[in-house]
Write a protein that binds this ligand. Structure first.
Ligand code: URA
Length: 478
């Protein structure tokens, strides 16, 4: 039976695509059908894996164009858009493209008609595919696994919305030419061994590793490039939608980085004399806020922030300068040598450390490298002042009756100005919330002394703590 006869009898031509994104195959079949004048409603385009009623129509063999069949016209703009739209996951895309190609033969300028529903749909498809391609380039995260013969192999899991894996492969080959890698997706996988790109079957999330040793580095890098001054949460969420977060190690930092940026913004409002913004509502908010805080250069050193510890409502708040090397490693304040000296003196004075709230004026460890050692550096006044946002937040939540500042940095953290230990120790300084500040030396200062000087300072320190204990007892009685 000739093609014309088949058509007259209402034949449906089913075209099964070998690949969901096979543009060349679609183009060849579309040209063939057009040359045989097969109208769009007589073609059923079938994706790989598709099932259903299409086959129940009874299919005719594709017609073959005769000699002198008409030329098919397609503008460059259409071909470009079609190449991209074919990667969309909409099962109707092949039919849409064929319908447009059909219409183009008699209306060559149709691509310029933005009000045409088919053109609008084509535009939606291409935009969505472009966006998915971009997201994959931005959000694929490789994890290192040991490959054959101990060679490192990087594996990433990604869930594209559309059939973009093959289109995007070239980008990853160019970008990671010297690595061996695999990208696994539910729609298929690609593998690069440094020379040859192979395609593989769809994968499951469990086939990909869930983390690796480099992840921490990646998180640190992300935190360091995060610019709080440029944070726009809405824009960030539209650029990096939540659905991608689960496969991105750095995404777990986002809530705390955002909290830190908001705190900074609030501080800017405050220092500008405008309305006070709300303070962090809980100590947990402060702990997560300081973790991502990069409001001063100490935060950019990428050490672990050390949060205050102790009961909310503690009558005594003890404030140190900043976590030291050991505190940073342990994640707790005053656990190193200075902490041990402090513990001894607190015990001697009859002050129970566990019923006090212990924190620092600055939440990150400031250091400089000497060989392999991290050497403590004093925080600058500006850094202490920047961190006051957090310390004041803690004070507002804990509401201690008495604050004990260990050293000049701690005193500045509370007062916002510099005072000398010698002129302030031994007597309370009233604070604006009705509590009082007592200032003494920092235990690290005692540790740096020896001989008589050390004995003298230990005696003064012990007597300051004894006065604090006596005052606490008085305050407790009301
Ligand atoms: N020095 C401090 O000031 N704070 C600590 O937490 C440890 C040492």
């Amino acid at each position: 039976m000739s093609a014309a006869q088949q058509l007259r009898r209402g034949a449906i031509y089913a075209v099964s695509l070998p690949q969901a994104d096979d543009f060349a195959f679609w183009r060849d079949r579309a040209r063939q059908l057009l040359q045989c004048d097969v109208p769009p409603d007589r073609v059923a385009w079938v994706e790989p894996g598709a099932t259903g009623s299409l086959f129940s129509h009874g299919r005719a063999r594709l017609p073959v164009p005769g000699e002198g069949a008409r030329q098919v016209r397609a503008s460059k703009a259409f071909l470009q858009a079609a190449k991209s739209a074919i990667c969309h996951s909409d099962p109707e895309r092949f039919a849409l493209l064929y319908r447009l190609l059909w219409r183009l033969q008699s209306a060559p300028r149709i691509m310029e008609d933005c009000a045409d529903p088919d053109i609008r749909r084509l535009d939606e498809l291409t935009r969505s595919v472009r966006r998915d391609i971009h997201k994959m380039r931005a959000f694929v995260r490789f994890r290192c696994v040991e490959g054959e013969e101990g060679v490192e192999h990087y594996v990433a899991w990604f869930e594209p919305e559309h059939h973009i894996l093959r289109t995007n492969a070239g980008f990853f080959v160019r970008r990671f030419t010297n690595m061996r890698w695999s990208i696994l997706t539910p729609r298929g996988s690609i593998h690069w061994d440094g020379e040859v790109l192979r395609e593989g079957p769809p994968a499951r999330k469990g086939d990909a590793p869930q983390g690796d040793a480099a992840e921490d580095l990646w998180r640190r890098y992300y935190a360091s490039i995060f610019n709080p001054a440029r944070l726009k949460v809405g824009a960030m969420l539209s650029e990096m939608p939540r659905k991608y977060w689960k496969n991105m190690p750095e995404a777990e930092l986002i809530p705390s980085l955002v909290a830190g940026a908001q705190a900074r913004e609030a501080r800017m409002v405050e220092t500008g004399g405008a309305r006070f913004a709300e303070r962090p509502a809980t100590l947990e908010d402060i702990a997560s806020g300081i973790a991502g805080c990069r409001n001063c250069p100490i935060g950019a050193l990428e050490t672990r922030a050390v949060a205050g510890e102790g009961p909310q409502g503690a009558p005594l708040m003890i404030v140190g300068e900043q976590p030291g090397d050991q505190e940073e490693l342990a994640g707790h304040p005053f656990v190193g040598p200075a902490g041990q000296l402090l513990d001894g003196h607190l015990w001697q004075a009859g002050i129970d450390r566990s019923s006090a709230y212990v924190t620092n004026a600055v939440k990150h460890f400031k250091y400089t490298m000497r060989g392999k050692r991290r050497l403590h550096q004093n925080p600058a006044a500006k850094e202490i002042d920047t961190c006051r946002w957090w310390l004041e937040g803690e004070r507002a939540l804990v509401r201690p009756k008495l604050v004990l500042a260990l050293g000049a940095s701690a005193a500045r953290g509370i007062l916002g100005r510099t005072v000398s230990i010698a002129s302030t120790r031994g007597a309370p300084i009233p604070l604006d919330d009705g509590s009082e500040l007592w200032v003494t030396a920092h235990p690290s200062y005692l540790l740096r002394l020896d001989g008589e000087a050390r004995d003298e300072q230990e005696r003064l320190f012990a007597s300051d703590l004894a006065a604090v204990q006596a005052r606490l007892a008085e305050l407790a009685q009301g």
